[in-house]
Design a protein around this ligand. Structure first.
Ligand code: ADP
Ligand code: TYD
Length: 208
C-alpha cells in the first residue's frame, strides 16, 4: 500500500526539458511564502547517494550493466528517502524533488527496456511505498532537450537522441498509467507560463 504526502512534489522529464528550472522556481516561491522546504535531486542528495551517482554517471564505466544501473538508481533513492525525504515530511517540510521514481521507469524501463513490472516493484521497495502528491512531467522533443543542454554529457546523456526518444515515450506511457498523479506540461511553453501552470495545478488540488 502506497502512502502519499501533500507536501511531496516531483519534477520529471528527459534531459534538458527544463525541470530543474521549474523545481527551483517552485522551491523559491514556497520559501518566499515562509514555508520550510527541502530541495533534492536524483540520483544523489545524500553523501551515500552522491557516491552512487558518481559511479552511475562516470563516462569511464561503460561496462555498467542495465540491471546494476537499475539497482544503483533505486539504492540511491532508498537512501535519500530514508535519510532526507521521510524525516523532512514528518517534520512538516515540503520536499521538492528534481527527478524521483518515475525516472527509473522511463530511463531503465523505456530507455534500457527492462521489464516495467520489475522496476515498479523495485521502486516500491526503494521508496518505502511513499508517493509524491503530484508529479510534473515536462514534455519536450528529444531534439529540443539536446539543444537546451549546456553541460558536458555524462554516461547516460551520451546514449544519444534515439535513447532520449525512447525515454520520452517511456515517460508518456507512465503518465497515462498513473494519470491521477502525473501532470504532463508542454515544455515548449515559456518558463513563466510553465511556472504559472504549476501553481495553478497545485491550487486546483488544494495543495497550495
Ligand atoms: P533539466 O533540469 O531538465 O536538464 P534545466 O532546467 O537545467 O533542464 O534547463 C536546461 C536549459 O533550458 C537552461 O538553459 C534553461 O534556462 C533552459 N530552459 C528551461 N526551461 C525553458 C523553457 N520553458 N523554454 C526555453 N528554455 C528553457
Ligand atoms: P543529471 O545530471 O542529474 O541530469 P538532469 O539534469 O537531466 O536531471 O543526471 C541524471 C541522469 O540519470 C539523467 O540522464 C537521468 C538518469 N536517471 C536514470 O537513468 N534513472 C533514474 O532513476 C534517475 C533518477 C536518473
Amino acid at each position: 500500500m502506497y502512502t502519499s504526502n501533500k507536501r511531496f512534489i516531483t519534477f520529471e522529464g528527459i534531459d534538458g526539458c527544463g525541470k530543474t528550472t521549474q523545481a527551483r522556481m517552485l522551491y523559491d516561491k514556497l520559501v518566499a511564502d515562509g514555508q520550510e522546504v527541502e530541495f533534492v535531486r536524483e540520483p544523489g542528495g545524500t553523501s551515500i547517494s552522491e557516491t552512487i551517482r558518481h559511479i552511475l554517471l562516470d563516462n569511464n564505466r561503460r561496462e555498467l550493466a542495465e540491471r546494476t544501473e537499475s539497482l544503483l538508481m533505486t539504492a540511491s533513492r532508498a537512501q535519500l528517502t530514508k535519510e532526507i525525504i521521510i524525516p523532512g515530511l514528518d517534520s512538516g517540510h515540503w520536499i521538492i524533488a528534481d527527478r524521483y521514481a518515475d525516472s527509473t521507469l522511463a530511463y531503465q524501463g523505456g530507455g534500457r527496456k527492462i521489464n516495467l513490472e520489475w522496476l515498479i516493484r523495485l521502486n516500491e521497495f526503494a521508496t518505502y511505498q511513499l508517493e509524491p502528491a503530484v508529479t510534473f512531467l515536462i514534455d519536450i522533443k528529444a531534439e529540443e532537450g539536446l539543444r537546451r543542454r549546456q553541460s558536458k554529457n555524462d554516461r547516460i546523456e551520451d546514449e544519444g537522441l534515439e535513447f532520449q526518444r525512447l525515454v520520452r515515450q517511456g515517460f508518456l506511457k507512465i503518465a497515462e498509467r498513473f494519470s491521477a498523479r502525473i501532470i504532463v506540461l508542454n515544455g515548449q511553453r515559456s518558463i513563466k507560463e510553465l511556472h504559472n501552470q504549476v501553481l495553478k495545478e497545485l491550487s486546483k488540488r488544494a495543495i497550495l
